[in-house]
Design a protein around this ligand. Structure first.
Ligand code: ZN
Length: 657
């Protein structure tokens, strides 16, 4: 599970590092620093180097998972772009460059967040002319279908469709299923699932489902299977990383991951996940594999991703304090005691520094991660939870002075509180969400963990957010020394609800619904609390000079309502009450008030703040002695967005050659 950054806010510190690298469409591309890398040992630097190489090598896997024409389109357009000899001021050329920047960011032809297909701002005629100028070996074999995919807005319009009542597989353009209906896939997995199995594998996590000779069949992603050239290279690089492991447990964990990639065995993946979650002694850590299932409308197949990181030891003190007190938080949570865990197991938490972002975590990236996802492993072995603080810091630094708070927060004293406490409480919110929220609560015996179906992700994120929000206002945080002011939670509450009700709407196109799980969750929580608090005037939206603002009158009451909703959503999850979950999502999380939506878009347009942000990676370069041994690994922050994308396509594309 992941936490994504919410809409922009601003604080007031300044910095020399150039955080902003590129700006186009609805995107801002940032850089992040990797503080502490230089101080790592040579062995750790080598380990990180090979792991980052393995991370970048998986890029094409995700591109192909996201859509079966993505790699062919990327190759074609990159060839046209680099072969182009006309004026760079040409409108079509500029449109092509913009489109390339967008598909690089989306890892395919669909927007990473809205899932809608990008609209090209260059003509089909221009592209045909440019293709004619390409050398023969760079011309695609099937130009017509690629042009149809690019230019026909109805064709493969949405990567992941979540609309209730439609065939979610047939109407989703991703490449996780081919030639099968939702009913066929559900029947296939229902036949496979043994409901008495207490340690079920994550069915479908590493496969594409298709039909062979009329029979529904899974094709595994593995050495010798789908994506073999990329996975084989990843395995080679993991082998080199293994030679630099910090300790035998880490080496054994890498071996197990290699076994998973070689065999495609989901049992091996579970064994790997357990070894990975148990390894809390290594400073360097990474994920590499088919992890999150947000890209699958049925929530089964994992999108390929990798993040390589190392522990930020001083900052991890904060999450260790939270983890050490996990049982207190669980036992005092405002949910029915029947749904609490008697014993919260092994919630390990740390603050990490990301060294590379790849696959589904690049360029758009989460700020927190809690893995593994398998419920039984989490229950039996706990989970590892991380906050990626060099990423949250980059977000925070890049948003300075962008005018957001001045526009949406009318109260100057609240703005001051935001400047003072949002960075701290944002990080705490992420810690509580990841370390405690996702790990809390239990499902009643016999309840299917997938009972909430398409609404599962939204309700799970809401549960984790509510847990965090509820406890942010708890005096326990002062007692533990995590906050120094009993009112520090107020700016976090204000920002959260403002975002859920209004400001996150800047990410949605006019007329569209809210689709993404984290956004739905924030809207669900904020709208529900607004409605339930109406009779006691807990908070209100009011207008002044034609602009809508939020006023919170009673913060303790907001906290009580957060607790109440947490209790209800935990009940829904524990009992597998699909209807109640669906009703909550449909009533509060999806539909947008068009008038308020337009107003938010209008006000945002004057600020020129990008609704979405992502990152370019630093570049790691090994230094060799005359015998070919690595004596150091240097890091640089100078590569720009376009050169990085072209270099990755040139040097890390085992599936397009
Ligand atoms: Zn989450």
């Amino acid at each position: 599970m992941t936490v994504s950054a919410s809409a922009a806010s601003s604080t007031n510190q300044k910095s020399d590092f150039n955080y902003v690298n590129d700006r186009f469409a609805d995107i801002e591309v940032l850089r992040y620093k990797v503080p502490g890398f230089e101080q790592l040992s040579l062995q750790q630097k080598k380990l990180i180097y090979y792991l980052t190489e393995a991370a970048i090598t998986g890029r094409d896997i995700l591109w192909d998972q996201n859509g079966k024409y993505n790699l062919a389109i990327r190759s074609l357009l990159e060839n046209v772009y680099t072969n182009y000899s006309g004026s760079k001021k040409d409108k079509d050329y500029k449109g092509l460059e913009l489109y390339l920047k967008q598909i690089w960011f989306g890892n395919g032809i669909h927007h990473h967040y809205s899932m809608d297909k990008f609209k090209p701002e260059f003509s089909e005629k221009f592209l045909r002319n440019q293709i004619a100028k390409l050398p023969a070996d760079k011309k695609p074999a099937d130009t017509d279908i690629l042009l149809k995919v690019i230019f026909d807005p109805q064709f493969m319009a949405k990567r992941v469709n979540q609309a209730e009542g439609e065939d979610l597989i047939l109407t989703s353009a991703n490449n996780l299923y081919d030639g099968v209906t939702q009913a066929e896939v559900e029947a296939y997995y229902n036949a496979l699932k043994d409901t008495t199995d207490l340690t079920p594998v994550s069915y479908g996590l590493n496969t594409r489902v298709t039909k062979i000779n009329g029979k529904v069949t899974e094709q595994p992603y593995m050495v010798g299977g789908l994506y073999s050239p990329a996975i084989t290279r990843i395995v080679e690089l993991l082998g080199k990383a293994r030679e630099c492991a910090e300790n035998p447990a880490q080496a054994a964990t890498i071996d197990k991951l290699i076994e998973f990639y070689r065999t495609g065995s989901l049992k091996a993946f579970d064994e790997y996940s357990i070894m990975w979650v148990d390894d809390t002694n290594s400073q360097v850590d990474f994920i590499n594999g088919f992890i999150e299932s947000y890209g699958d409308p049925l929530g089964m197949t994992g999108s390929w991703e990798s993040i390589v990181n190392f522990k930020n030891i001083p900052a991890s003190h904060r999450t260790e304090v939270i983890s050490d007190n996990a049982q207190w938080f669980e036992s005092n949570s405002p949910v029915d005691p029947r749904f609490r865990k008697d014993k919260v197991k092994g919630v390990t938490a740390k603050v990490i520094t990301a060294a590379i972002l790849a696959g589904d975590s690049y360029p758009s990236t989460p700020i927190g991660i809690n893995l593994p996802n398998a419920n039984w492993i989490r229950a039996a072995h706990g989970s590892k939870s991380v906050t990626i603080e060099n990423i949250t810091e980059a977000y925070d630094e890049a948003s300075h002075g962008n005018g957001f708070n001045e526009e949406f927060v009318p109260d100057a004293s609240m703005r001051e509180m935001m400047d003072k406490y949002l960075f701290v409480t944002d990080n705490l919110h992420t810690d509580l969400h990841e370390c405690l929220g996702h790990a809390s609560g239990r499902i009643l015996p016999g309840v299917d963990p997938d009972a909430l179906k398409a609404h599962g992700s939204t309700l799970e994120e809401a549960r984790a957010d509510l847990f965090a929000l509820y406890y942010l206002a708890d005096p326990k945080l002062l007692e533990l020394g995590l906050l120094d002011n009993a009112d520090a939670y107020k700016p976090q509450y204000y920002k959260y609800i403002l975002n859920g009700l209004m400001t996150q709407l800047m990410r949605i196109e006019p007329g569209k619904d809210v689709e993404e799980a984290h956004m739905r969750n924030r809207k669900l929580i904020s709208e529900w609390v607004l409605e339930k608090g109406k009779k006691d005037n807990v908070m209100e939206l009011y207008t002044k000079d034609g602009k809508t603002y939020l006023r919170i009158n009673d913060y303790p009451a907001v906290r009580r309502l957060f607790g109440e909703l947490l209790g209800e959503i935990q009940r829904i999850k524990s009992e597998g009450d699909y209807e109640a979950g669906r009703d909550l999502v449909e009533k509060y999380a999806v539909k947008v008030d068009p008038k308020l939506h337009n107003e938010v878009l209008e006000r945002y347009s004057h600020l020129n703040i990008a609704p979405y942000k992502g990152f370019v990676n630093p570049v790691y370069t090994p230094v060799y002695d005359q015998n070919g041994n690595i004596t150091d690994v240097t890091i640089s922050y100078t590569e720009d967005y376009i050169p990085q994308m072209l270099r990755y396509s040139r040097d890390y594309s085992p599936l397009t050659k």
